[in-house]
Design a protein around this ligand. Structure first.
Ligand code: NDP
Length: 320
């Protein structure tokens, strides 16, 4: 069997760690996996990217590295999100091409779709209108990955493709209150709130109305799907990797599920003076379901419980 050397950029992050976990359970003799973070190479820099590819000589790349953040971090840093991600993506794809990498799987996101759209969104709608103003820097940089993939195919006959995950959560997430996504952000808040005593007078404040709806995928479920894409999915066209539409949950449901997982005894309050972001961004996973009709996702409550347990046991090493 053909030997594959698979380089995972962003290998130290939430999704990279989940892939490492799944690969360790499902090892294939012909696959060698390399997980790298920013300490090993600064992918904003072309020379540093070239040295990384020279060192490991990958045949395949799962490209996860990106400047990533939640709503409030994006709103304040659209220029940085645009420039850093443009540089990272151009350096990785071009260096992969120069080194004859056979396949690259890059990562888009359901939050880069047009703000004004019909629902559910699907893979054909990425470029149909401007993204939500809160994260246009990140969104345009990500959209150009899809443009580049098509251009690499057309001009150089490369199979460089992309996946579109919905919101991801799980062990090894970023729990820093200034840059985290909603689930790890709320987990950190709850943890801090009850570490000195879990009493009924504690108030758990959730920013926004609690009404927006989101689809959340557990990082370990997503990791399994990414392995399938790497091994079996051979089209340049992006594919949405999301839970089913019926599994969409409100932010208030997220807050309640977290409070239950922490056994929080106080009160949940919604600060409606804070921004809500997009009301919903429901994505259709019917393309994925056509390939994998039997795929079972971990129930939301169970995945939250596992993540909370991980965070409690690993608070000292978590990205706080
Ligand atoms: P994390 O923030 O957990 O990890 C980001 C990774 O990128 C880290 O390994 C980090 O390295 C690396 N990185 C960042 N900047 C650089 C750089 N300049 N050079 C080299 N490496 C760099 O991200 P996630 O795992 O959450 O996200 C992975 C991918 O999935 C991203 O492309 C993101 O856009 C996409 N995505 C994420 C979603 C989510 O909800 N989390 C939803 C949809 C898509 P280090 O930590 O060592 O600095």
């Amino acid at each position: 069997m053909e030997k594959k050397i698979i380089l995972v950029t962003g290998g130290t992050g939430l999704i990279g760690k989940a892939i490492e976990n799944i690969v360790n359970e499902d090892k294939k003799d012909n696959e060698e996996w390399i997980f790298v973070g920013s300490k090993e190479a600064d992918l904003c820099d072309k020379k540093s990217t070239e040295q990384l590819f020279e060192k490991y000589k990958p045949t395949h790349v799962i490209h996860l590295a990106a400047m990533v953040g939640g709503l409030f971090h994006n709103m304040a840093h659209n220029l940085d999100f645009l420039r850093n991600n443009l540089h990272i993506n151009d350096n990785v794809l071009q260096t992969a091409h120069e080194n004859n990498v056979i396949k690259v799987v890059s990562c888009l996101s359901t939050c880069i779709f047009p703000d004004k759209t019909t629902y559910p969104i699907d893979e054909t709608m990425i470029h149909n209108g401007p993204p939500h103003p809160s994260n246009y820097g990140y969104s345009y940089a990500k959209r150009l990955l899809d443009v580049a993939n098509h251009a690499y195919l057309e001009q150089n006959n490369r199979l460089y493709t992309s996946i579109i995950p919905c919101n991801v959560f799980g062990p090894h997430d970023n729990f820093n209150p200034h840059s985290s996504h909603v689930i790890p952000g709320l987990m950190r808040k709850l943890y801090d709130l009850i570490k000195d005593g879990n009493t009924e007078d504690k108030i758990f404040t959730v920013l926004g109305s609690g009404k927006p709806l989101r689809q959340f995928i557990y990082s370990l479920d997503l990791a399994k799907l990414i392995l399938w894409v790497l091994r079996e999915y051979n089209s340049v066209e992006p594919i949405i990797l999301s839970v089913d539409e019926k599994d969409e949950v409100s932010i208030s449901k997220v807050a309640e599920t977290l409070a239950k997982a922490f056994d929080f005894k106080g009160k949940i309050v919604y600060d409606t003076t804070a921004a809500d972001g997009q009301y919903k961004k429901t994505a259709s996973n019917s393309k994925l379901r056509n390939y994998l009709p039997a795929m079972q996702f971990t129930p939301f409550e169970n995945a939250i419980k596992e993540t909370v347990n991980w965070y409690r046991s690993n608070y000292n090493i978590a990205r706080n």
